[in-house]
Write a protein that binds this ligand. Structure first.
Ligand code: P6P
Length: 336
């Protein structure tokens, strides 16, 4: 493939589809540059004295890793001066982060999980950054959390960076999904996969099976049918993968199909799931749908959910559309 840089791709996409105004292009390039910085810090590991926990907790009550906080700061500092944003929101911050008054404000708002999969940081397993871009409401003066309560269908862009054997950036602005690989020598993002498509069928599923005794019947039925293999109702054998790093499980599914599930379960009946809607499920659902896949909470499209709270959680079933449709259908007859 002729080497096309991220900048060239964004400029040509704007020319072809008029879908990436200059401000959005600037935002994407700033986020991509911040992900390069995060990749560099992650890559240092113990040599950078960035491993281990930060002896603090985030809004979710989860112990923060030093790299969680560093990644969050890198994204805040990279994005606050450019004039393309009105506000940001992060898994690592309880409330929204309005752009400081000393900087101009723009028409976009950025949400992110700065370092997803951080339980894997200290054991050198691939982790990543997930981001979502929405428009600031017209005439918004001082941004509030309410301004962020936009359904996922309203996202103008979504993506994730992957800090693994290669550093990659997967991006959609509503016209398909493209993957860029970081050329570490040149420091530039190079287009390496165009218009990624998720196969409709799959023989691979991803779920944390240690929770199986807590699952509700629709999930138990579905997983049991897959485990029954060729002689079971699905008539084929299935393989299982669970990396406990959503970006990595989703990237595998983008490349070879599969279904990723983090369902609600009986451990906490009031908790709809573990993953967060605004900065994990929504961006991943936009990417998956743009790649021909499907993403539901077991009952409806994730992108159709009207958010109520910035850090609200949601059940997630995403990937190969025929399998997501199947497990979603099972929920129509079963409990949540
Ligand atoms: P569990 C990482 O902490 C994360 O938010 C996702 O990246 C991942 O899919 C999930 O949680 C793993 O959860 O319960 O298997 O540790």
């Amino acid at each position: 493939m002729k080497r096309v840089s991220l900048t060239q791709y964004l400029v040509e996409e704007q020319r072809l589809n008029n879908s990436i105004p200059a401000e959005l292009r600037l935002l994407i390039e700033v986020v991509a540059r911040a992900c390069k910085t995060i990749s560099h810090a992650v890559g240092k590991g113990a040599l950078g004295e960035v491993l281990g926990s930060a002896e603090s907790e985030n809004i979710q009550g989860e112990v923060q890793k030093k790299l969680d906080i560093l990644s969050n700061e890198i994204l805040l500092e990279a994005n606050e001066w450019g004039g393309h944003l009105a506000a940001m929101a992060s898994e690592e911050m309880e409330s929204i982060h309005p752009i400081p008054n000393r900087y101009p404000k723009g028409e976009y708002m950025l949400l992110f999980d700065p370092l997803d999969g951080s339980s894997n940081i200290d054991v050198n397993v691939t982790i990543g950054t997930i981001f979502s871009v929405i428009k600031a409401p017209d005439g918004m003066a001082m941004p509030t959390e309410k301004d962020f309560m936009q359904a996922g269908d309203l996202q103008v862009a979504a993506g994730y960076a992957l800090y693994g054997p290669q550093t990659m950036l997967v991006l959609t602005t509503g016209n398909g999904v493209n993957c860029f690989t970081l050329d570490r020598e040149m420091g530039s993002w190079v287009l390496t996969q165009k218009n990624m498509q998720i196969p409709a069928e799959t023989q691979e599923f991803a779920i944390n099976a240690s929770n199986s005794r807590h699952w509700y019947p629709p999930v138990t039925r579905y997983v049991d049918e897959m485990l029954a293999g060729k002689t079971g109702p699905l008539g084929k054998d299935f393989n299982m993968r669970w990396i406990a790093s959503m970006v990595t499980d989703v990237h595998r599914i983008l490349n070879r199909g599969g279904i990723f599930m983090y369902p609600a379960d009986a451990r906490e009946p009031d908790k709809p799931g573990k993953l967060r809607l605004m900065y994990e499920a929504n961006p991943m659902a936009m990417i998956v749908e743009q790649a021909g896949g499907m993403a539901t909470d077991g009952h409806q499209r994730i992108l159709a959910i009207q958010p109520q709270k910035l850090h609200q959680r949601v059940a997630v079933f995403l990937g190969s559309k025929n399998e997501v449709a199947r497990v979603t259908a099972y929920h129509q007859v079963g409990v949540p």
